[in-house]
Design a protein around this ligand. Structure first.
Ligand SMILES: C[S@@+](CC[C@H](N)C(=O)[O-])C[C@H]1O[C@@H](n2cnc3c(N)ncnc32)[C@H](O)[C@@H]1O
Length: 256
């Protein structure tokens, strides 16, 4: 790992330590909660088995996925390198079967395997995305699947919006990377995965997931309508969604 990469990781951890409280706060607002739970469910929507899972989430942040997925898993392990976020998760998302650990993914060695490993908005923060994906491949049990949700570069207007946010929002990582579909697929190929599937996600609902909106009585129904609209567009018009959406979801299995 180069010095620049080490600096990047340290910068990233310091950012999330600093904004932990505000970051955790997002899921407490109904409009944001609806859009964030929706993004999680869409990320896992293409997976076949959805119950009694052994789940690992990388970069779990404040741990709300453990709550949104409660009842579907035997065990959920959330890891994140930001101690304040993990401390928050342990208190506020203490679901039966859920545990949280403060650890850098590169140093994580659970001595166990999982049915589902997922990360939302995390892969592009990592120093060595291919190396990490390879490491995670070895943590998959038989039939296990990895799912990631990542910002994508397909829509020029969204690229511009992200560039502006980088300048004006001190809680937004300046190291933000947006993958193209080809780049994302190649990361998984290089890391030795098979059955790689990529779909577009999030058109109207994503801003609600990212930024706390005023007037929650008005913006909560708007967020819910946006989620339903996005699902309809993504299910019926992927070529359009691929050009317009904020994110890509990639799923893959360990293969032979
Ligand atoms: C953009 S946030 C996403 C958080 C959460 N997945 C969500 O959707 O709200 C990225 C998260 O990844 C964590 N993270 C980044 N690099 C990491 C690493 N190397 N090891 C563990 N966690 C990491 C950060 O601390 C942060 O909580």
């Amino acid at each position: 790992v180069s010095i620049e990469e080490e600096n990047r990781t340290a910068r990233d951890r310091a950012l999330f330590d600093r904004i932990a409280r505000d970051y955790a706060d997002k899921d407490l607002h109904p409009a944001q909660r609806a859009a964030r739970a929706h993004r999680l469910m869409r990320t896992l929507a293409t997976l076949e088995r959805q119950r009694d899972l052994k789940i690992l989430e990388i970069g779990c942040g404040a741990g709300f996925a453990a709550t949104y997925l409660a009842g579907t898993y035997d065990s959920y392990v959330g890891i994140d390198h930001s101690e304040p976020l993990v401390a928050y998760a342990r208190v506020h998302n203490a679901e039966p079967g859920a545990t949280f650990h403060t650890v850098d993914v590169g140093a994580y060695d659970p001595g166990d395997t999982f049915d589902l490993i997922f990360m939302i908005g995390v892969l592009h923060h990592l120093d060595d995305p291919v190396g990490t994906l390879e490491q995670l491949r070895h943590l998959l049990g038989p039939g296990g699947v990895v799912a990631v949700n990542e910002p994508q570069a397909g829509n020029p207007l969204i690229r511009a919006a992200r560039a502006i946010r980088k300048r004006i929002d001190s809680g937004y990582s300046g190291d933000q990377v947006e993958y193209s579909e080809t780049q994302l697929r190649h990361l998984f190929i290089e890391a030795g995965y098979s059955d790689i599937g990529i779909v577009a996600q999030g058109l109207f609902s994503t801003p609600f997931a990212e930024v706390v909106t005023p007037l929650q009585t008005l913006t909560t129904p708007l967020a819910r309508i946006s989620c339903a609209l996005d699902t309809a567009i993504e299910n019926s018009a992927q070529p359009i969604a691929r050009r317009l959406s904020w994110n890509l979801i990639a799923t893959a299995s360990a293969g032979a």
